[in-house]
Design a protein around this ligand. Structure first.
Ligand code: ATP
Ligand code: MG
Length: 339
């Protein structure tokens, strides 16, 4: 049977890139029969943010992430929705995996290399390079393997980490002569990577300092229109699909295409034929983004009056996740010889 696992960091509220690249898939995947579906708000991962997220903000972000996930259609009757830190087996397994993971593998992770300074523009100051950030992909592997997940719906930016999780599963199985961990495979969407509105060469991110770089799933219609109007494009008024030379325009077309389930390359001669000028293109894009975000935001606002319900969903999810994870942890302890 399929076992599905994915997670999102409570480093802010989920944005359109998260939705089109991963979360929309989460909703669809929960509707197939005979499977276990586990979705996590990965607050332990959020502790690697630099500077650290203030405690009150983290607390709010955990709750609001749960609200957004419920608003966009995660159904607690079909899926286990829970908070990572409330299931201790994640970190217990992480330690065991850390003991079979080569430092060299972690050194090759692009996310680490970027932050560790191979490209000076994105480099964090040396004091920001903590053990937690380095070991992040091992915790991510533990998140997946503790549910013995077979399918992991993530955006393209996480594919390298997922490959590492497979390598870690393999080395564990080999070291302890077991087949405890299945090889988890990625489940991808067509919206591979939504880029930042203010820098179309960087991906849209929750943790980016500039809120204008992203569209949050909780943004009002007028905020969405304003952010799209402010998106970086270029001085060419025509609408063409040239991701290499016109990344800003390509990102707007990708957004439009993902919201409408179309192929972005087809738009200039298809749905957007005859549209000239960036003002007009942005109007069209804002309209379809508003259509996509509105139902999620309206349900999110409604759930603002249901604080007790949201908390109860997480608490029940935590208990169910603990039962699943503890069962794997027992098997890990036996495989390793701790029991
Ligand atoms: P942070 O900046 O804190 O890392 P994030 O925006 O990258 O936040 P995550 O919580 O790290 O969001 O990732 C949640 C999911 O969304 C992952 O599956 C990730 O691959 C996907 N994702 C994140 N950003 C994008 C994007 N710009 N386009 C498509 N998918 C994305
Ligand atoms: Mg991320």
């Amino acid at each position: 049977v399929r076992r599905i696992l994915s997670g999102i960091q409570p480093t802010g509220v989920p944005h359109l890139g998260n939705f089109l690249g991963a979360l929309r898939q989460w909703v669809q995947l929960q509707d197939q029969p005979a499977q276990t579906v586990v979705y996590s708000i990965v607050d332990l991962h959020a502790l690697t943010a630099h500077p650290p997220v203030p405690p009150a903000t983290l607390r709010d972000s955990i709750h609001n992430s749960a609200r957004v996930l419920l608003a966009l259609g995660i159904n607690p009757k079909k899926s286990i929705l829970f908070q990572q830190s409330q299931v201790p087996a994640h970190t217990q397994l992480q330690w065991v995996l850390t003991c079979v993971t080569s430092v060299g593998w972690l050194n090759r992770m692009t996310q680490w290399k970027t932050k560790a300074g191979s490209s000076p523009a994105d480099a964090a100051p040396p004091a920001a390079l903590k053990m937690g950030l380095f070991a992040y992909p091992v915790l991510q592997a533990a998140d997946i393997l503790i549910y013995r997940a077979t399918h992991v719906p993530v955006g393209e930016d996480q594919h390298q980490h997922l490959e590492l999780a497979r390598d870690i599963a393999k080395v564990f199985n080999t070291t302890y002569k077991t087949n405890l961990f299945p090889m988890p495979q990625a489940v991808s969407t067509s919206a591979k990577r939504i880029m930042s509105l203010t820098d179309p060469t960087a991906k849209m991110s929750k943790s980016h300092a500039n809120p204008k770089s992203r569209i949050d799933l909780t943004d009002s219609d007028s905020t969405i229109a304003k952010k799209v109007r402010g998106a970086v494009t270029d001085s060419d008024p025509t609408v063409t699909w040239d991701p290499d030379t016109r990344p800003g325009v390509a990102n707007l077309l990708s957004l439009y295409a993902a919201c409408r389930d179309l192929d972005p390359a087809s738009l200039p001669e298809g749905e957007l034929k005859g549209v000239v000028g960036m003002v007009n293109l942005k109007k069209k894009v804002a309209e379809c983004v508003v259509d996509t975000v509105r139902p999620v935001r309206d349900e999110y606002l409604r759930l603002g009056g249901e604080v007790g319900y949201v908390k109860a969903v997480l608490e029940e999810g935590n208990a169910r996740a603990r039962a699943e994870a503890d069962a794997t942890w027992e098997m890990v302890m036996k495989a390793v010889g701790m029991k």
